[in-house]
Design a protein around this ligand. Structure first.
Ligand code: ZN
Length: 147
């Protein structure tokens, strides 16, 4: 399981997972010792707090995967910075997004071939619970027509 998590980002460590029916909830945490402030680029090692954040990812075998990260909020110690604290960011997911970039890519590829209704039902059966309206929103964001 740790290998799968490292494929998403080597900065993540596997903590535990619970599988229930068709779903698998995987808990992960960051192993970075220093985190860079996205606003000013200053490195920080001081943790302000930790909060839970959940997002959907690609399935493993027949399990639909939801990853829960113990996301850290760090202090920015740069007195010139406008932000006293910031959340740790990752390349595999946009800040505040609920799906990983690789899942979004898969959704967009599928939706370019079939209608969003078909794409939604195909994804629900073997990938992740994604509604038609979510697909339309993703398509619009990526400047394609929504069918
Ligand atoms: Zn800063």
């Amino acid at each position: 399981m740790d290998e799968f998590i490292k494929m998403l980002d080597p900065a993540l460590d596997y903590v535990e997972h619970i599988s229930k029916g068709q779903n698998c909830l995987i808990t992960v945490e960051s192993n970075r010792e220093v985190v860079t402030c996205p606003y000013c680029g200053t490195e920080s090692t001081r943790v302000h707090s930790v909060y839970k954040r959940e997002f959907q990812d690609l399935p493993i075998q027949d399990y639909q995967v939801v990853i829960q990260i113990r996301n850290r909020k760090m202090f920015c110690d740069n007195p010139e910075c406008d932000h006293k604290t910031f959340s740790e960011r990752f390349n595999f997911i946009t800040y505040k997004a609920r799906k990983t970039e690789r899942l979004i890519k898969k959704i967009l590829i599928l939706s370019s071939r079939v209608s969003s209704v078909s794409a939604s039902s195909m994804l629900k059966s073997d990938t992740a619970a994604v509604s038609k309206s979510t697909i339309c929103r993703l398509l619009k964001k990526n400047a394609s027509d929504c069918g």
